[in-house]
Structure formats: structure tokens, C-alpha cells
Design a protein around this ligand. Structure first.
Ligand SMILES: [Fe+2]
Length: 246
């Protein structure tokens, strides 16, 4: 039994969104997803998909993308990404009812893997605009946007704490924390997300959202404060699911 993660599948079986425009790594990326997930993930394994599943803007435009995910091996746990317009956070229970036994939508709830609770939320992080001088040094940023970002971080933190607390009350003491957004931005060393991971003693923090080589190093990768941080963006991994726990 193993736990895998992969993010940002950006499927578009029903939407006209050729992903090749974003670089060679995206060429026929859905075929790579199928090939690599089938190669690694066994039926008894768990695969957490860390958001940005589909380009569809409502559920009816995402059905084929969700069916593609459903057909992959293993138990699938889905997290909300910033592009997942089909998924209203407040209507998660309805999605879980409809896809019961086929897909699990993680939002204000948690999943179980061995003696670990899998907790998570979309997260949020301030992404600029940042202002650079002609040598590429940071000279400032949009402070209004930064203020708005703080509100979104607070909302996401409340959702994440709810997920942790539900797991804790159910008796769990070991956690893997999932986010769609990176836990920190390029200005931060720590954030409310790294703090909560420390507070609950999470074993790992798994996130995606960063695309393209220039963004892969935006946040924490590897060991930090005794916690393993993993970037699992599809294009970062060439769409090979990352092993989180075995
Ligand atoms: Fe994203």
C-alpha cells in the first residue's frame, strides 16, 4: 500500500484548451498521466490530486475529465485548485454524495491513509505583482493586492484548521497536509501554513500550482523545520506521481 500525489492535471476533454502552448512538457500530457499513474499506482494505493483538475467552468463541462480521473488506478482524493470552478467549497458534500465510492473531494473534511489523516485545503499565497529593477532585484510589490491576499489566506487557514481538528477529534495524531498553492511566496520564509504544519506536527506538506522552471523554486522543497515539503506540479514531475508514503 502506498500514498502518491500529483497536481495540476489541467485536463480539457470537453474544453478547447490545447496545453502545448505552455511548453513541450504539456504535449499529450493526459497520455503521460495515464501511462505513469498506471505504472506506479496499484488498486490498493491512494492518489491525492492537488487541484486544477479541469478547465471546465461548471460540472457539466468537467464530466469527462472526472471520468478520466476515476478510471485511473487506486483511491483518488481530490483537492480544490484555483481553476476548479466546478467545485463550490460549500457544495463539497453534494459532490461527495454523487461520486461516493469513486472520488473523494477533500474540503472541510479529511481522508485516512493507514494511521495518517490526510488533511488539506486550496491555500493561498500572494503572487504579486512584484516590481523589479533592471537588474532583476526586487524593489517592491502591489500592496493593495497583498492586503486582499491576507484575507484569502485567513479564510483558507480556517478551512485547513477545520480539517486538522476533525482528524484530531477522530483520534489521529499523524498528518499529511495538502495544499494547492505553495505554502510560502517568494517574500516569505515561513507563513501561517508552515506554522500550522508545525503546530500539528505534520509529517509532510504537499503542494503544486507552480508551473514552469522559473516558478519551481518559489517555495520550500525538501526538509524544513523537521517537515518534508514536496512540490508535485504535473509539469515539474513530467506527470509522474510522487511517492509520499509507502
Ligand atoms: Fe493552480
Amino acid at each position: 500500500m502506498a500514498l502518491y500525489a500529483l497536481g495540476d492535471l489541467h485536463l480539457s476533454f470537453q474544453a478547447n484548451k490545447p496545453m502545448e502552448a505552455f511548453g513541450r512538457v504539456w504535449k499529450n500530457h493526459e497520455r503521460k498521466i495515464e501511462k505513469y499513474v498506471r505504472r506506479a499506482v496499484k488498486p490498493e494505493d491512494t492518489l491525492v490530486l492537488t487541484g486544477d483538475h479541469s478547465w471546465g467552468r461548471k460540472l457539466s463541462e468537467c464530466r469527462e475529465d472526472l471520468a478520466f480521473i476515476e478510471a485511473l488506478p487506486g483511491r483518488k482524493v481530490l483537492l480544490r485548485g484555483n481553476h476548479d470552478m466546478f467545485w463550490d467549497a460549500k457544495k463539497t458534500a453534494r459532490l461527495n454524495e454523487e461520486y461516493a465510492g469513486r472520488l473523494f473531494f477533500m474540503q472541510n473534511n479529511f481522508a485516512v491513509y493507514k494511521d495518517y489523516a490526510l488533511v488539506g485545503t486550496k491555500g493561498y499565497t500572494f503572487e504579486g505583482p512584484f516590481y523589479l529593477d533592471r537588474w532583476g532585484n526586487l524593489t517592491g510589490w502591489d500592496e493593495e493586492k497583498e492586503k486582499q491576499a491576507k484575507k484569502l489566506v485567513a479564510r483558507e487557514m480556517a478551512r485547513l484548521r477545520d480539517s486538522f481538528e476533525q482528524a484530531r477529534k477522530a483520534g489521529f495524531r499523524k498528518y499529511i497536509m495538502f495544499l494547492h498553492y505553495p505554502p510560502t511566496n517568494i517574500l516569505e520564509e515561513t507563513s501561517p501554513f508552515t506554522e500550522i504544519a508545525r503546530e500539528y506536527g505534520a509529517s509532510a506538506v504537499v503542494y503544486s500550482h507552480c508551473h514552469g522552471e522559473r516558478r519551481f523554486g518559489d517555495s520550500i522543497r525538501g526538509e524544513f523545520q523537521g517537515i518534508r515539503y514536496m512540490l508535485v506540479s504535473g509539469d515539474y514531475l513530467d506527470f509522474q506521481p510522487a511517492l509520499v508514503l509507502s
